[in-house]
Design a protein around this ligand. Structure first.
Ligand SMILES: Cc1cc2nc3c(=O)[nH]c(=O)nc-3n(C[C@H](O)[C@H](O)[C@H](O)COP(=O)(O)O)c2cc1C
Length: 184
């Protein structure tokens, strides 16, 4: 696998996974002031070493990213694991618009109404707010996305008798990566 490079390995594994899964979940870990927190988000786009998700900029994860934009992404696909370290950078308003307006009206209203990560007195209130929503459907300024620009990517493939294969790539510069195989 060493000769393939991390982008090629990710693309190949992603293509295999895509056959049986429409949505691509990843676990995003942020860490501000030594308080790490993980949650699932959807991978919406990837290009080269850039992985994109969309979210609310007032959420806990976005506040963490403001404080420390180094984030971790974890993919677990059957017998494969991909671990990524990268820097999160907010996408342009144009890209946020493109994705927001491509979604169903129901999802747009939920995104407008949700004060993500804030406390809610009752779930019923959230549903009432959605059902009584009469405003215009405009992407809120605090709804956007992040590109995670990977600088380290590790791949693990489970093999029989725990003879797992593990390889770590570190970005040197541009599209140059240094690789090291690791004991599993
Ligand atoms: C399968 C799945 C996919 C999710 N996708 C997203 C997503 O793409 N964006 C998002 O903001 N939250 C998503 N969530 C909700 C997050 O896991 C999380 O609860 C929410 O973003 C608030 O996180 P925070 O308070 O740490 O910011 C998803 C949850 C699940 C279970």
């Amino acid at each position: 696998m060493r000769e393939l490079g991390p982008i090629e390995i990710f693309s190949r594994w992603f293509a295999e996974e895509e056959r049986d899964n429409q949505e691509h979940c990843m676990v995003l870990t942020t860490c501000c002031n030594d308080r790490p927190l993980s949650r699932t988000v959807l991978l919406k786009e990837f290009h080269e070493n850039i992985f994109t998700f969309y979210t609310n900029l007032h959420s806990r994860k976005s506040q963490d990213i403001l404080c420390n934009n180094t984030v971790h992404l974890l993919f677990v696909w059957k017998d494969k694991q991909i671990s990524i370290l990268g820097k999160a950078e907010q996408v342009s308003d144009k890209r946020a618009d493109e994705y927001f307006y491509s979604r169903s009206q129901e999802k747009q209203i939920s995104a407008i109404v949700s004060k993500q990560s804030n406390s809610l007195s009752s779930y019923k209130d959230f549903i009432n707010e959605i059902e009584s929503f009469k405003g215009s459907i405009i992407r809120p300024e605090h709804w956007s996305g992040y590109d995670v620009i990977a600088y380290q990517m590790e791949f693990l493939e489970r093999k029989c008798h725990r003879r797992n294969y593990r390889i770590l790539f570190k970005n040197i510069e541009g599209d140059k990566w240094a690789s090291t195989e690791l004991y599993p």
